[in-house]
Design a protein around this ligand. Sequence first.
Ligand code: SF4
Length: 314
Amino acid sequence: MRGTAIANNTPQTFALRASLRRGARWLRDLERRTRPVDPEVLTALARRWEELPPGVQTPAQMLGRKLTGCEGTHGVFPACNFGCQPCYLSANSNRVRVDGAHTVAEVKRQMAFFRERRGPAQYAQLIGGEVSLLPAEAHAEALEMMRRYGRMPMSFSHGDFDYEYLEEIAVRPDGSRRFDLVSFAIHIDSTMRGRRGIRHAGSERELHPERRRVREMFDRLTAEHGVRTHLAHNMTVTPDNLDEVADVVRVCRELGYSSCEERSSAKRRSRRTASWSGSSPRRLTAALMSRKVPAASPQRRHASRWRDTRRAPS
Ligand code: SF4
């Protein structure tokens, strides 16, 4: 045994061990790099799982297993030129700073936080106001910033902008593509007020031409510049338009929207009934089914205060 140990300490065996260690390190690194999930994502998923209340750590839970959750910017651009009812903005919207430089800086701050907490390769919405009111250059910069921090961005907009604006976001002044893919969620429904083409639609059907116009803008971008597009359609559902949801979904599918999202509203003054303020999701769902409306609450007063502060539709 003693003779063997002495033989193992020759310069050749030291060199052999060093190269074996290097080989093992290389193999470990290769295994990590070719894992189906990035280790940073795995760490973020594990943290997300630990943060979940025990009651929702069920076998069917996707948060913390497949996803870290939905992401969106918050309060970076709380301005809008529409006067919808309901609206998703806060009471101080249209009263705070909303210029391009400020928006991009705040987007950067929030994306750095997401990257640190949620890891890379996550979807995130540029949301929290009407982002098409941002100058196109600032809008594009915000999207680039989101990508830089490993987000796959989607702009959330009412869609009341022109092709030239979309083109300026996706294509540089020299004609080269700034993005290979642009992703937008377009909110169009009859609860909205202020659209240039139709200020106040009486039904969802009246808005189908607008849905088509938006789809055609994005198709033109693909045809002229090769920019691929992902277009989602959003709408707010109230007792007034509930019966038209199926038709909207059918039309959006025919027009080539990639997905449809319907949000029920708890703040809608129904033309058929009274007020929807203060409904819990459960009460609202029950009311949507029965068409009975909960009593008004103090939230209604809050909504009125907000409406008084917004700019007139352009
Ligand atoms: S488009 Fe309508 S719902 Fe959306 S932020 Fe503007 S006013 Fe609110």
